[in-house]
Ligand binder design. Structure first.
Ligand SMILES: [Zn+2]
Length: 292
């Protein structure tokens, strides 16, 4: 498969999350619409699976979840819809959870509008209480992915430290959901060769509006989503504890985007829909996927 990459901008406005104040002071207080942007384009021959709409993956995930879940029966009903290859598709992703408050509020919004999304977890945030929101997200049909154990600059780490950061989250997610994450979002989008060599997952960046910064209004966040939405775009938002403005923005923007004809895919569904192979040896980091 040929993948064409264009780096439109490498401004590190992404994922400088509320979980750390490092570097955030150097960012403009006014959010910038530009952000790390890598476009992947699948060649035609790689798109044979594009019509499958992610259903196979979902089915497999569900069956695994049933076999691995504890005896507590879940009353969470999957947000169930088939993706349409002819519709513009976006993937909303959330970093820096899980928690028992804001993550749950985000899930309330996703349920309200019946759209699926993806969550990239910080390992040290996973505890008995927050794990319930992870399980709920998974049961709703959302992707549960990896955002490292400690949210540190991993480009400063040794190979063993990098592996430990990733394995910790993958093991925790496997315990909760029965499935292992396939996608990795590096903290601060800081990457180097050692990371690519030692993390056998597909790296994801995204388009964000500094929604970790409380100064960015809910209105701005909603407008950003509405204006930036285009087929294949991956949005990077945060469900860090207390980030109510993003919850509010979602409540404004999602119905508008649905009205405009967009459909919402998880990150794995977007890859499948666009015919981009999910590979542990891929040395790209994706912000959007455009079928070429
Ligand atoms: Zn983060």
């Amino acid at each position: 498969m040929k993948v064409r990459l264009t780096i439109a901008s490498l401004i590190a406005t992404l994922c400088l999350a509320g979980c750390s104040s490092a570097n955030t002071s150097s960012l403009a207080s006014q959010p910038d619409e530009s952000s790390t942007s890598v476009t992947a384009s699948a060649s035609d021959e790689s798109r044979s699976s594009a019509g499958q709409t992610g259903q196979d993956t979902s089915a497999a995930d569900s069956s695994e979840a049933v076999s691995s879940s504890d005896s507590e029966s879940s009353d969470v009903k999957r947000i169930d819809y088939e993706l349409d290859t002819s519709k513009p598709t976006i993937a909303i992703t959330f970093d820096d959870g899980p928690n028992a408050t804001t993550t749950m509020e985000v899930l309330d919004i996703l349920e309200k509008y019946q759209v699926r999304a993806s969550f990239f977890l910080i390992g040290t945030n996973i505890n008995d209480e927050s794990a319930k929101s992870v399980k709920r997200a998974f049961d709703l049909g959302c992707d549960i992915e990896n955002h490292s154990k400690t949210h540190s600059y991993m480009d400063k780490m040794t190979a063993d430290e990098i592996k430990d950061e990733v394995a910790y989250v993958n093991d925790k997610v496997k315990e909760i959901t029965g499935t292992t994450p396939k996608f990795f979002r590096p903290p601060y989008i800081a990457v180097n060769d050692t990371m690519y060599e030692n993390i056998d997952m597909t790296f994801i960046s995204g388009n964000g509006c500094n929604d970790w910064d409380d100064k960015v209004t809910a209105e701005y966040r909603a407008k950003y989503l509405e204006k930036k939405a285009a087929d294949g775009v991956i949005f990077l938002l945060h469900d860090a504890e207390g980030n109510s403005k993003t919850v509010e923005a979602l409540d404004k923007a999602i119905p508008i985007l649905l009205e405009k004809g967009f459909q919402f895919a998880t990150i794995s569904e977007l890859f499948e829909l666009k015919g981009i192979e999910i590979s542990g040896t891929d040395t790209n980091i994706y912000s959007e996927l455009i079928a070429g």
